[in-house]
Write a protein that binds this ligand. Structure first.
Ligand code: ZN
Ligand code: ZN
Length: 357
């Protein structure tokens, strides 16, 4: 943690701040180690203070040895403001993407002599490259998702609802070490599989359906994110087989070419051009991938607009898809770590089209 704190302090000058007030729970956890649900981290040039309430002070002391733990009263911002004034902090950075307007006004009111500087992405930028310990946790989270996929294959059959499938996936992941799902499980079957984010509904699975499962394990604070599309019996339409093959080739092609030094835009184009050249460009409406870590969607982005430079240690998803309205859709998603000379795939579930009897 000490190293993360000093790397962050190195950016204070260019951000024009002499202290940063951290509101984001993920950023708080990243910088302190504290996993509790409530608290504010105030990082000055010399000190790291973790303000939290009486429920958490003991836990915070154990989890965040590099921070001074301060128990705040019923009005946390008054305590924080008092400290800021006492230290003579003149420019206090705050995370503008994680603060409500009401909170901003309250802090502003309490610190009229201090300039409040909106800061964006200071901690998020550090979080982009994972260290070995973080990668090991994500590897484990990916393993749980793989095991859940293998388990669900014997559960999928005509007659069960998408919601039952989602529940079974989630239960399996929790029984196998996950503390929860890393996001709301997507189970989209039949023509619903053309909804890229079709959260599990009461729809019953039917023979001939393509079923897209997109889910992940939340494990030790980190997320995995896996998508597979399977066919329940022979696919209802020949065209579904065709788009499956194209998505699979686009994904395989992207995985074999993505490497450090590329921009997110260049990575995205690998799959996007592949799909467009085969006539389905307009049916791949989302970006190729996103970073995963403490949050399910974080930097870098693999999208047609992203100038993010891929670097070793980044963990991203690669998830092309084709969605045909009223017919069905396909998405295949893996989690990968960018390495010095290519990438390491963390999810290993089979990718050839599975036709479940
Ligand atoms: Zn996903
Ligand atoms: Zn994803």
């Amino acid at each position: 943690m000490e190293q993360r704190l000093s790397r962050l302090r190195n950016h204070f000058d260019e951000a024009g701040i002499d202290a940063l007030l951290v509101f984001s729970p993920e950023n708080r956890r990243y910088l302190s180690g504290f996993t509790g649900s409530s608290g504010y981290l105030l990082l000055t040039g010399e000190e790291a203070l973790l303000f939290t309430d009486f429920r958490y002070t003991e836990q915070a002391s154990a989890q965040a040895p590099d921070c001074r733990i301060v128990k705040h009263g019923p009005k946390p911002f008054e305590d924080i403001a008092a400290y800021v004034r006492k230290q003579g902090i003149r420019a206090l950075g705050f995370e503008q993407d994680h603060v409500t307007y009401a909170t901003y006004k309250r802090v502003k009111n309490l610190l009229q002599q201090v300039s409040l500087v909106p800061a964006s992405g200071l901690v998020e930028r550090l979080r982009r490259c994972k260290d070995e310990a973080e990668i090991e946790i994500i590897r484990e989270a990916a393993k749980i998702a793989d095991a859940a996929f293998s388990h669900i294959l014997s559960f999928l059959r005509p007659g069960v609802t998408e919601r039952e499938v989602a529940l079974e996936l989630e239960m399996f992941m929790r029984k196998n070490g996950a503390s929860g799902s890393s996001f709301e499980t997507i189970v989209a079957s039949g023509s619903r599989s053309s909804l890229p984010h079709g959260v599990a509904s009461d729809k019953v699975l039917e023979k001939g359906d393509f079923v897209t499962l997109d889910f992940g394990a939340y494990y030790k604070g980190y997320c995995s994110d896996l998508t597979r599309t399977v066919s329940l019996g022979q696919p209802r339409e020949e065209r579904l087989k065709e788009i499956y093959e194209i998505v699979l080739q686009a994904q395989t092609h992207a995985l074999s070419c993505i490497r450090a030094g590329m921009t997110g835009k260049e990575a995205d184009a690998l799959a996007r051009d592949w799909i467009a050249e085969r006539g389905y460009g307009e049916h791949f409406g989302h970006s190729l991938g996103h970073g995963i870590g403490l949050a399910i969607h974080e930097d870098p982005r693999l999208s047609s607009l992203s100038e993010d430079l891929l670097e070793p240690g980044m963990v991203v998803t690669v998830e092309p898809g084709i969605y045909l309205p009223n017919v069905g859709g396909v998405r295949i998603e893996d989690d990968v770590v960018i390495t010095e000379n290519g990438l390491e795939v963390l999810t290993h579930s089979p990718k050839e089209l599975l036709v479940l009897a």
